[in-house]
Design a protein around this ligand. Sequence first.
Ligand code: BES
Ligand code: ZN
Ligand code: ZN
Length: 495
Amino acid sequence: MQIELRVEQYPLIACDMLAFPIFEDETDNSTALEPLDRITNGVLKAVLSSGEFRPELHKSLKIYRPTGIQARYLLLVGAGKKAAFEPSKLREIAGVAVRNARSSSCKTVAFMCRGVHPAGIAARAATEGALYADYESDFYKTTENEQKGLESFLLLFEEEKPLEEIREGIRRGNIVGDATNFARTLGNEPSNILTPAEFAERALARGTRAGLSVQIIERKEIEKLGMNALLAVSRGSEEPPKLIILRMDNAGRKKADSEPLWALVGKGVTFDSGGISIKPSEKMEEMKGDMSGGAAVLATMIALAQLPSPRNVMGLIPAVENLPSGKATKPGDVVRSHLGKTIEIINTDAEGRLILADAMAYARTLGASRIIDVATLTGACIVALGQVNAGMMGTDQETMDRLRSNCRITGEGLWQLPLDDEYRKAIRSDIADMKNVGDRRAGAITAAKFLQEFAEETPWVHLDIAGTDLDTEGRPFACKGATGYGVRTLVQLLE
Ligand code: BES
Ligand code: ZN
Ligand code: ZN
C-alpha cells in the first residue's frame, strides 16, 4: 500500500472512499464540520442529529455516493471525545478506515487527519495505523481472499501544514509500520515453519537488507561460551539452538565512547511445549508465538537501522525450541550459566528466563551498559494485567518512566510492577545459587527477580509481554493474531 500526502481540496479527490473523523463533542453546529455538511447538502447534520450515528471511538458509518464529493463512499469515523484524543487514537481510527475500505472492496482511501498536532506526528500515526490495519494473518489460505489489500492511502489535512514535516512523518511511519507487520508475521508463523534456524535465516536476510550486521552463533560456539542455561532448554529438541546478534553499525558515524550501549534482548522460543514439565494441550498452539519478544527485538533493530537511530544499540535473540524427549532437561537438573551462577531447574516450562539469563549476561560480556529484555515470560502476567498492559519491572527507573510516558503516542500499554528484594527468597535453592521458579505467588515478579541476577548492576528493564503479544479477538482496526507489541515502544525510546 502506497501512502501519500494530498494537498487538493477533499471534495475533488477521486478515490473509492473519503474517511472523515468526527468527534463526539462536535455533533451539533460545529464550525469545523460546516464545510463538509454544506458540500454534501446537509447529510452530515442529518445523520448526526437523528442519532443514526454517534461518533464514539472506533464506530463508523458508511454513506454511499453522497452529493458534492468525488469519492464513492463517505465514511464517518467516530473519534470519541476531543479532550481524550491523542496520536494513539488517530492511529487506531486510520486503521478503522482501512478495515472498512477493505471490506467494501475499495482500493483507494483518502483520510482526513484531524485532532493531532503537530502534523508530522499525525501523519506518522495515521501511516502506522493504515499499514497495521491493511495486514492479514491468513497467509496460508489457498482459496482466494475476497478482501485484498488497499492500493493507496491518501493523507489530507484541513489547513495548510508544513509539507516536509508531514513527508518525514510518513517516511518514519512506513518504516515502523512495516517493521511491526514483520514482527506480526513472525509471531503468526507456525513452529514447523519458523524453527530457530528459519528465524535466524530471516534475521539474516531482512537485517542485512536494512543495513544491520547480523551474526548467528551456532551450537558449538554456544557450548564454548558456557551458555548451559540456554542449552538446557534446547536439549530436548532436534532443532539446533541459534543465538542471533544484530548490530547497528550501518550509519558509519562515530559515536562517542561515553554514550551507553543499549542491548535489546528478546525471548525467541519458537515453540514452548513446556518440555518435561509439559503444558496441558488446550491452547498449546498459542505457544508458537513464544518468540514474539525476539520478533519485536529484530523488527525494532530493522526500524532503527532504517530511520536511522543516532544511538548505540545491539539486539540479541536466543532462539530455541522447548520439547520433551529422551535427551530433554529434567526437573531437578542443575546447570552452570554463562555468568557462572548455577541454576536448579525445578520446572522446564520456566524456560524463557533460562535463555534470557545467558543472553543478558552475554550482552554484558559484549559491553552493554543498559539492557531491555522483552519476553512472553509468564502466565502470571496475563492474570495480573490481561491483554491490555504489558508488565514492566527493572532497575532503570529513568528508562521505565520514559517508556510509560511514551504510551500516549505508541498506544502500547505498560504498567510497572514492584521488584522488592523480599521477592528474591522465592527462588532460593537448597543446592544451587537459585532455582528457576518460585511458588504460585507473584509469578511475574519472581521471574523478573531471576533475570535481575543476570543483569546485576547494569541498569535493566524487563517487559513481560505475555498477553499483549497476541490478540485473540480482533479489533475494529486489526485482524486477530500476533500484535507486534513492543516495536513501537522500543523504537520510540531509541530513535
Ligand atoms: N511462555 C510461557 C508463558 C506464557 C503463558 C506466555 C501463556 C503466553 C501465554 C512461559 O514459558 C511459561 O510457561 N511460564 C510458566 C512459568 C511457571 C512454570 C513458573 C507459566 O507462566 O506458567
Ligand atoms: Zn514455558
Ligand atoms: Zn515460554
